[in-house]
Design a protein around this ligand. Structure first.
Ligand code: IPM
Ligand code: MN
Length: 357
C-alpha cells in the first residue's frame, strides 16, 4: 500500500487533481495494486481556511507520504500581498524547502497531434524532446532578502554550495546516460560567481561520467536557442531562477501549457505537479486541460514503482489526443470537458492493462 498526499490547491487545482486521481485509481484496479489517498491544504485555499499557505499538518502528512500530487497554487485576489502568510506561492516554496525537493524535472516534448498549435514554425519545433533539470531549493529564491534602513535599496542574495550543485548535477548526468549522453549546463559564468562554481563543479563531475558530452550555454543564449532550434537540446541542467524562466519559455513551444508534467525529487519524498499555474479564469468551469496533471500522476506511479501503470497512462493520453478527446485549449471547435478527458483516459487505461499487465 502506497500513501499519496494530494494537495489540490487553488483555481483549477481541485478539478485537475480529481481527474488524475480517477486515472490513478483506474490504473491501480487494472494493475492490481493499492493506493491510499490523503488530502492536505496548500496555497490560497489554505490561507482562507486556516490563515497560512502551508499548515504544519500538511508538512507532517507530506513527511509520511510516499509521493505528493499537487494541483496548482495562486489566486489573483492575493497578488501583491506583502505578508508572507497571505502569499499562496509561499506554500509551494515552503513545501519544496521542507521536503528538500532540490531537483525539479520538466520534460518538454512535442506531440504530433498538437504541434500545429505551436507558436513556432513546424520545421523548427519538429523533433523537440528535452528535459530541464532545475535546481529548486537554492539560489536567489532562498538567499537572504531585505531592504536597507531607508528602504531605498533591496537585495536578494544568491548562494550555491558544491554540495547543492553536485546532488542535482548527478541526477542530470544519470538522465543524460539514459538518453543520448549529452548534457548542457545553462549558466551565466561570464558574470556570476555562483555560475562559475556551477561550471567548475559540473565540469569536474564529467570524469565520473566520461561518456557524457558536456556542453555549456550562457542562459541568455539558451533562451534564444529554445525558440530558434529547440531540437538541439537533450538534458539541460541549471540553477533555480534560470530554470524557472527557461522552463516557462520552453513550455509554450509545444503548443499548449496544459500538456506538461513535472516531478520534483528530494531527500524525503517526491512531488508531482503540472508545469502550469492555477488558471483562475477557468476554475469551476470544467474546461481546463487535465493532461499535465494526469501525466504528472504517471510520473508519480513510475516513481513508486508501477512502471506499467505509468506506461498505460502515457499511451492513453496519446490515444485521447489521437481520438480528438481534448479540451478547448487544444480544440476550441470541438472541445471535450475536463471530466470527459479524464473519463476517456481512465477507461483506456483498463484496455492498455489487458495488453501490458
Ligand atoms: C514555478 C512557479 C513558482 C516558481 C512560483 C509560483 C513561486 O513559477 O513552479 O515555476 O517561481 O518556482
Ligand atoms: Mn515558474
Amino acid at each position: 500500500m502506497k500513501n499519496i498526499l494530494v494537495l489540490p490547491g487553488d483555481g483549477i487545482g481541485p478539478e485537475i487533481t480529481k481527474e488524475a486521481i480517477k486515472v490513478m485509481e483506474a490504473a491501480a484496479k487494472a494493475f492490481n495494486f493499492e493506493l491510499n489517498f490523503d488530502y492536505g491544504l496548500i496555497g490560497a485555499s489554505s490561507i482562507y481556511e486556516v490563515g497560512n499557505p502551508l499548515p504544519e499538518e500538511t508538512i507532517q502528512k507530506a513527511e509520511k507520504s510516499d509521493a505528493i500530487l499537487l494541483g496548482a497554487v495562486g489566486v489573483p485576489e492575493l497578488d501583491g500581498e506583502k505578508d508572507p502568510n497571505r502569499r499562496p506561492e509561499m506554500g509551494l516554496l515552503g513545501i519544496r524547502k521542507a521536503m528538500e525537493l532540490f531537483c525539479n524535472i520538466r520534460p518538454i516534448k512535442i506531440y504530433e497531434a498538437i504541434k500545429h498549435l505551436s507558436p513556432l514554425k513546424e520545421e523548427i519545433v519538429n523533433g523537440t524532446d528535452f528535459v530541464i533539470f532545475r535546481e529548486l531549493t537554492g539560489g536567489i529564491y532562498f538567499g537572504k532578502k531585505g531592504r536597507s534602513e531607508d528602504g531605498q535599496t533591496a537585495f536578494d542574495d544568491c548562494n550555491y554550495s558544491v554540495f547543492e550543485i553536485k546532488r542535482i548535477a548527478k541526477l542530470a548526468y544519470e538522465e543524460a546516460m539514459r538518453r543520448d549522453k549529452k548534457l548542457l549546463l545553462a549558466d551565466k559564468a561570464n558574470v556570476l560567481e555562483t555560475s562559475r562554481l556551477w561550471r567548475e563543479t559540473v565540469t569536474e563531475m564529467n570524469k565520473d561520467f566520461p561518456e557524457v558530452k558536456l556542453e555549456y550555454q550562457f542562459i541568455d543564449n539558451a533562451a534564444m536557442q529554445v525558440v530558434m532550434n529547440p531540437s538541439q537540446f537533450s538534458v539541460v541542467v541549471t540553477e533555480n531562477m534560470f530554470g524557472d524562466i527557461l522552463s516557462d519559455e520552453a513550455s509554450v513551444i509545444i503548443g499548449s501549457l496544459g500538456m506538461l508534467p513535472s516531478a520534483s525529487y528530494g531527500t524525503k519524498t517526491a512531488l508531482f505537479e503540472p508545469s502550469h499555474g492555477s488558471y483562475p479564469q477557468a476554475a469551476g468551469k470544467n474546461i481546463a486541460n487535465p493532461i499535465a496533471t494526469i501525466l504528472s500522476a504517471a510520473l508519480l506511479l513510475q516513481y513508486i514503482g508501477f512502471n506499467n501503470a505509468a506506461k498505460a497512462i502515457e499511451i492513453s493520453v496519446d490515444k485521447a489526443l489521437a481520438a480528438g478527446i481534448v479540451t478547448a485549449d487544444i480544440n476550441s471547435d470541438n472541445a471535450s470537458s475536463t471530466t470527459q478527458v479524464g473519463d476517456f483516459i481512465a477507461e483506456n487505461v483498463k484496455k492498455e492493462a489487458a495488453v501490458l499487465a
